[in-house]
Design a protein around this ligand. Structure first.
Ligand SMILES: Cc1cc2nc3c(=O)[nH]c(=O)nc-3n(C[C@H](O)[C@H](O)[C@H](O)COP(=O)(O)OP(=O)(O)OC[C@H]3O[C@@H](n4cnc5c(N)ncnc54)[C@H](O)[C@@H]3O)c2cc1C
Length: 405
């Protein structure tokens, strides 16, 4: 893809900054944080300083004031070195912060967004439950209005940043008789479970955020990939939430999180693309240094064909991701493009990382090279923020709607 198709000089400057950070500060530690399954607080601090944790938000709310293409580029470039770092940006920005920016009152925006955009505290989004996975309308978490507050009971599964975060947007049923129109969203706050680990970097907690009684974190998931990303349960037992903490109108929660997920798909598309490109670059380089039968394996047509297929598909993925971001930036409908980008690139990341291991032979199957981590990181991209099957459902819905006019 020619840079000038979507990028101006500012985009290219952002790309240089992210590439330098990814090369110098992410790639060298990615294997360590993966092995330890630890959240990389030091790099979170750096990403906050570099503006990566609030790329598209206005400067008056503490953001970097850049556009959606820049935001997507940050995720894409980080994921080439480490998917967990890319996910941290994506989950924190699109899932954790964007609902407050997009659907919050002025007071809510001014209170929470500067803390999130600067990386002072981490944010997350609690939608998934045991009964509500692909069928997000299956939410059982209940919010009952009592005077000037709601009392919330329920639990959320697989929530990114559940342990390390302090600000969460969660969904709960306010009126069971209204189906999806009876789901609302709320801003809840709690304390970071890793305050001690974050303290040396001066981030991870803000005294102005109360730990709401009854709002807590469950067990940490031991995952195949995205191991440097924090995934845990969120538990709510009689959490008293003031009415001012409701996000948007009562009953607007479902429609709002559908919009949030549309945008999130571009981010996961970019993340997947980054994984695929990172693995391809490793394979390409390796093929020129590994010698068998007296020559570099890159001289063999069988290896060349694999490299050519990877490069061609990655090029197609770039167009899908940046086209979806470009539509979103222009305020045009982008739901179908975002689902296509997410579907294609997540499956591309899986195909490419498997091929990259093949090019590395037995060495690719060991932790001596990063391609095995990349393969583990790729799999969840076909599941999180809507499985591949859900993306196909979304795309088909658009196709049939277009046909009906
Ligand atoms: C590491 C990680 C991080 C996550 N982060 C978050 C987060 O921050 N916030 C959050 O709210 N959630 C998060 N999730 C949850 C994630 O979005 C869900 O796991 C995902 O949406 C799938 O839901 P499920 O796991 O319940 O699978 P299920 O919905 O049970 O799906 C099981 C299988 O059935 C298929 N299936 C289901 N329905 C259909 C259908 N109608 N047609 C065809 N096939 C179907 C699915 O495609 C899948 O293959 C995270 C998950 C993980 C693993």
């Amino acid at each position: 893809m020619h840079d000038s198709l979507y990028f101006d000089e500012q985009h290219l400057a952002v790309r240089e900054t992210v590439r330098a950070f990814a090369r110098d500060e992410v790639a060298p530690v990615a294997a360590k944080f993966d092995a330890l399954a630890e959240f990389p607080w030091q790099n979170i601090k750096r990403m906050g300083e570099l503006g990566f944790l609030g790329v598209p938000w206005p400067e008056e709310l503490g953001g970097a004031g850049l556009d959606i293409l820049s935001y997507v580029m940050v995720i894409h470039e980080l994921a080439k070195a480490d998917a967990s770092h890319g996910l941290t940006v994506s989950a924190h920005t699109t899932l954790g912060t964007s609902p407050i920016v997009n659907f919050g009152t002025r007071e809510q925006r001014e209170r929470y967004v500067p803390l999130l955009a600067s990386g002072r505290v981490m944010g997350g989004f609690g939608l998934t439950e045991e009964s509500a996975g692909s069928d997000a309308a299956g939410t059982r978490t209940r919010a009952i209005r009592k005077g000037d507050r709601y009392v919330i009971n329920g639990s959320k599964r697989f929530i990114t940043h559940a342990g390390v975060g302090e600000v969460f947007v969660i969904t709960a049923v306010t009126d069971p008789s209204k189906g999806t129109h009876g789901i609302s969203s709320f801003i809840l706050t709690k304390h970071n479970e890793e305050i001690e680990k974050a303290r040396p970097w001066g981030i991870g907690h803000d005294d102005s955020l109360p730990a709401m009684p009854g709002f807590s974190t469950g067990r940490k998931e031991d995952k195949l990939g995205w191991r440097a990303s924090d995934t845990r349960e969120l538990i709510m037992v009689d959490v008293e939430v003031p009415v001012e903490q409701r996000l948007g109108e009562e009953g607007a929660g479902f429609v709002n999180f559908m919009k949030t997920l549309d945008a999130g798909r571009i981010g996961i598309g970019a993340l997947s693309l980054g994984i695929a490109e990172g693995a391809f670059e490793q394979a390409l380089r390796y093929s020129t240094v590994r010698k068998q039968f007296g020559q570099a394996i890159s001289e063999f047509q069988g290896v060349q064909f694999q490299l050519s297929d990877m490069a061609t598909e990655i090029e197609a993925g770039r167009h899908l991701v940046y086209h979806a971001a470009w539509l979103a930036q222009r305020g045009e409908p982008y739901g179908k493009a975002a689902a296509m980008a997410k579907l294609f690139c997540s499956e591309l990341a899986m195909r490419t990382t498997i091929k990259a291991i093949q090019v590395h032979g037995g060495y690719g199957y060991t932790k001596e090279y990063p391609v095995e981590r990349m393969m583990r990181d790729a799999k969840i991209c076909e599941i999180g923020e809507g499985t591949s099957e859900v993306q196909r459902m979304v795309i088909a819905r658009h196709l049939l709607k277009e046909l009906a006019g």
